[in-house]
Unconditional design. Structure first.
Length: 75
């Protein structure tokens, strides 16, 4: 089941990634276990004051649409 979740997460991240990369940032899936998704924020997103909006209102909202996702953690 975790592999299926990983595929769904990657599909969403791949859809959102071009917009994130257009501002010099990026995001990678570290892993997903027991409904907890770990993401790695990279590039100019690190320390950006708008990162909270980008990831909280954008990435998290999309990922939480996937059945089984309970929480998103950023590393």
């Amino acid at each position: 089941m975790e592999n299926n979740l990983n595929e769904k997460i990657e599909k969403i991240l791949n859809k959102l990634r071009p917009a994130i990369q257009s501002h010099g940032g990026d995001v990678d899936l570290v892993g997903c276990k027991n409904g907890v998704v770990k993401l790695n924020i990279k590039g100019s997103c690190v320390g950006c004051p708008m990162a909270g909006a980008t990831f909280g209102l954008g990435v998290e909202e999309e990922l939480k649409k996937i059945k089984g996702i309970k929480k998103i953690i950023y590393e």
